[in-house]
Design a protein around this ligand. Structure first.
Ligand SMILES: [Fe+2]
Length: 252
């Protein structure tokens, strides 16, 4: 196998990502030219899938209580162990049903399972990024090249934060606020994602994702989503975002 050929596991992961939702649409196409290290920073295959290529629940990179007082331990526990786990199970179920459809040549439910795969798979991937985006030593502002690009694309950090906060707070019903890198334009953008898979721009790589499904904040903040969004910047791990930004630029 040459250095540029993906392993079976990488292939399975990439194939899974290809069908995992529009949020990731540009990435599998670019996978062939991306360095393996770059891809593993953006979409950590070792955490997203197990050895057989099935989706798997990644371990939290910290204890349940590590994000307190911004996000309470019980919320993190339920969010990770129940909600995120359900997306993993749902994505595998969708894959299994699509595999069965192919082997039986019966595609009458292909629309249903395709939607399920986009929803559950995108939920799994965005949650995996969300956990690594946050940390007990977070807060402050972006530094280095990421800070320069934020200034270039948004004016300054305060304007960027205001934009991301507004977009995140006003997500209709459930979804995410996302800072993403558009590889086709070499530009940062803010996305307001509904559910997990709607209202994205293809070819945008998520760098920072903020979950505003009620399960992410309701125990502490109840209906005050804006308070949660304001406070979450105290635990944003800007070093992680900068790593993702550096990797995304190498893809583009
Ligand atoms: Fe969530």
């Amino acid at each position: 196998m040459s250095a540029k050929q993906p392993s079976r596991r990488q292939f399975l992961s990439t194939a899974a990502l290809t069908t995992a939702g529009v949020t990731l649409a540009g990435v599998p196409i670019l996978n062939g030219v991306a360095e393996a290290g770059v891809t593993s920073v953006l979409y950590p295959q070792a955490e997203l899938t197990d050895a057989s290529g099935k989706y798997a629940l990644p371990k939290l990179p910290y204890e349940y209580k590590a994000l307190e007082p911004v996000i309470d331990a019980k919320t993190v526990e339920i969010h990770h162990d129940k909600h995120h786990a359900a997306y993993v199970a749902g994505a595998n179920k969708a894959e299994d049903n699509l595999t069965a459809a192919r082997s039986e040549g019966k595609f009458d439910l292909v629309k249903y399972w395709s939607k399920e795969l986009a929803f559950q798979g995108s939920g799994h991937i965005l949650h995996t990024i969300y956990w690594t985006n946050l940390g007990p030593k977070g807060g402050g502002e972006a530094k280095g090249d990421l800070a320069k690009q934020i200034a270039r694309d948004f004016g300054d950090f305060a304007k960027f934060k205001q934009h991301l906060t507004a977009a995140t707070t006003t997500v209709e019903a459930s979804g995410w606020g996302v800072l993403a890198y558009q590889v086709f334009a070499k530009k940062l953008t803010v996305l307001q994602v509904e559910k997990h898979q709607d209202l994205t721009t293809w070819g945008s790589i998520p760098l920072l994702v903020i979950d505003v499904w009620e399960h992410a904040y309701y125990l502490t903040y109840q209906n005050k989503r804006a308070d949660y969004v304001t406070k979450i910047f105290d635990i944003v791990n800007w070093e992680n975002i900068a790593q993702r930004y550096d990797a995304a630029r190498k893809v583009g």
